[in-house]
Design a protein around this ligand. Structure first.
Ligand SMILES: [Zn+2]
Ligand SMILES: [Zn+2]
Ligand SMILES: [Zn+2]
Length: 149
């Protein structure tokens, strides 16, 4: 039974992170922390790193806190939550930073239905160079309309 709860908490965390990613992107990154997200929309320097990467660090710290809670307290759910946040961050990096933005030259030729839909949706987000009037703030869970031909 414990295993079932473990898996449910892991999956719940993963899905909740998509909500957090959407919420953070729409209300924080395109809000009061736009100064950190801005260089992802309009690059103004030559570094491989972006100020926008600070958001990865933030969620990495959150996941580490859950790992520590699991290790040093009796809070066993800290492990599936920590692993869930980490797994979401890893998928986000692979899909958004590697596949869509090609920060590493990998998966360039991915052309399955998911790859096409997720790229199409995120390119629409990048049509907007400014802070205001954005759309498509989510990432891994793509609205159905972007899968249509
Ligand atoms: Zn954005
Ligand atoms: Zn992007
Ligand atoms: Zn935008």
């Amino acid at each position: 039974m414990h295993t079932v709860y473990w898996i449910l908490i892991f999956l719940g965390t993963y899905c909740f992170m998509e909500f957090m990613a959407w919420f953070t992107h729409k209300y924080v990154m395109h809000g009061f922390l736009w100064s950190l997200h801005k260089d992802h929309h309009k690059k103004d320097h030559d570094s491989w790193f972006e100020r926008n990467d600070a958001f990865f660090l933030f969620y990495a710290v959150v996941s580490i806190v859950f790992f520590l809670l699991w290790k040093y307290t009796s809070f066993w759910a800290g492990l599936p939550i920590g692993v869930g946040i980490f797994a979401y961050g890893l998928s986000y990096f692979i899909v958004h930073d590697i596949f869509i933005h090609q920060r590493f030259k990998l998966f360039r030729n991915a052309n399955n239905w998911y790859a096409k839909g997720v790229r199409r949706a995120h390119k629409i987000h990048h049509k907007h160079l400014g802070k205001k009037d954005g759309e498509c703030f989510g990432m891994l869970f793509v609205p159905f309309k972007y899968f249509k031909k």
